[in-house]
Design a protein around this ligand. Structure first.
Ligand SMILES: C[S@@+](CC[C@H](N)C(=O)[O-])C[C@H]1O[C@@H](n2cnc3c(N)ncnc32)[C@H](O)[C@@H]1O
Length: 290
């Protein structure tokens, strides 16, 4: 593992209270404590995680108007699946507030009862839903009836989906093509994929392409532990097009100045143009044609 990866992972670990760090290490060994997991979720809710995710979702709808998704109009009565919802409930509270018919959060790290404990419901009621729009019982019923969390989309037979979404997840999935092909089978004709993809190195916010473009993809994966799949915008778009989707990829953040032109590895130069390499984040919108 490279020094940069070690620094990034240590940074993430020390930003958490030690009890959660220990819990995460134990969870990797298959030992999970429901008590600690609930405490961690409450902490995330109290620090504004549901509102953060809502604001990202709203921002990508606003910054990519071509997709035609209005979060205040197009989520009600929809069956939504979020890939990579994380361990804290992801967009579920927002989707419930928008009256989605069903929300499924999928993540290998998620606990299936993530939003069902008294402590978590209380934190949501007093925080994210504090406007008095709902009470504890109504919330409990809402999450019990309309939300589910799965470690894999294959864990349960899914109802037909209207929207499949994600925030900074697709770049972490190694077998992206087969995962997208498999969940897309459940998408209704006219339904859509709507994803925010982060094409950066995930190591240094200020230098989003450092190290990554200075090595061949294989060398980077070897030295940086496969934290990202290294697919570039045209690769991700190509996966959806190959599956027959009407696909648009809308770059949101371009960083040409961050490309290490002097030390750019020839592999990258040969396979992509500089403009594509400069895309840090983009929205992928893909509609299943009837
Ligand atoms: C950078 S985190 C993003 C979490 C959350 N969406 C957010 O923005 O805070 C990426 C997430 O993708 C999840 N992930 C990785 N591979 C996945 C897969 N094959 N299916 C579903 N989720 C996956 C990881 O467990 C992780 O929680």
């Amino acid at each position: 593992m490279s020094v940069q990866v070690l620094k990034a992972r240590l940074g993430a670990l020390v930003s958490n209270p030690p009890i959660f760090t220990i819990a995460r290490i134990l969870a990797r060994l298959g030992i999970e404590s429901n008590f600690v997991t609930r405490r961690e979720i409450v902490r995330f809710i109290n620090s504004g995680d549901p509102a953060r995710l809502e604001s990202i979702f709203r921002r990508i709808c606003r910054d990519a108007p071509q997709c035609g998704i209005d979060p205040d109009r197009d989520l009600a009565d929809k069956n939504v699946l979020e890939i990579g919802c994380g361990r804290n409930g992801g967009l579920a509270p927002f989707m419930m507030r928008q009256n989605a018919k069903q929300y499924t959060g999928v993540d290998p790290l998620v606990h299936r009862d993530v939003l069902h404990s008294d402590a978590v419901l209380r934190a949501l009621e007093q925080g994210y839903f504090k406007t008095g729009e709902t009470d504890g019982m109504a919330l409990r019923e809402c999450f019990a009836v309309h939300c589910q969390f799965l470690k894999s989309p294959n864990d349960r037979e899914l109802d037909p989906l209207d929207i499949i979404t994600s925030i900074s997840c697709l770049e972490h999935i190694d077998d992206l093509e087969s995962v997208i092909a498999s969940i897309s089978e459940k998408l209704t004709p006219g339904g859509c994929h709507f994803h925010l993809v982060n094409f950066s190195n995930h190591l240094d916010r200020d230098q989003p392409f450092r190290w990554m473009y200075e090595l061949s993809p294989d060398a980077f994966k070897r030295s940086h532990g496969g934290i990202i799949n290294l697919k570039r915008p045209s690769d991700v778009k190509g996966i959806f097009e190959k599956l027959g989707f009407e696909t648009a990829l809308i770059p949101l953040d371009m960083r040409p100045e961050a490309i290490p032109t002097d030390t750019l590895h020839p592999w990258w130069r040969a396979h992509y143009d500089i403009e594509e390499l400069a895309v840090r984040t983009a929205v992928l919108h893909a509609v299943k044609t009837p």
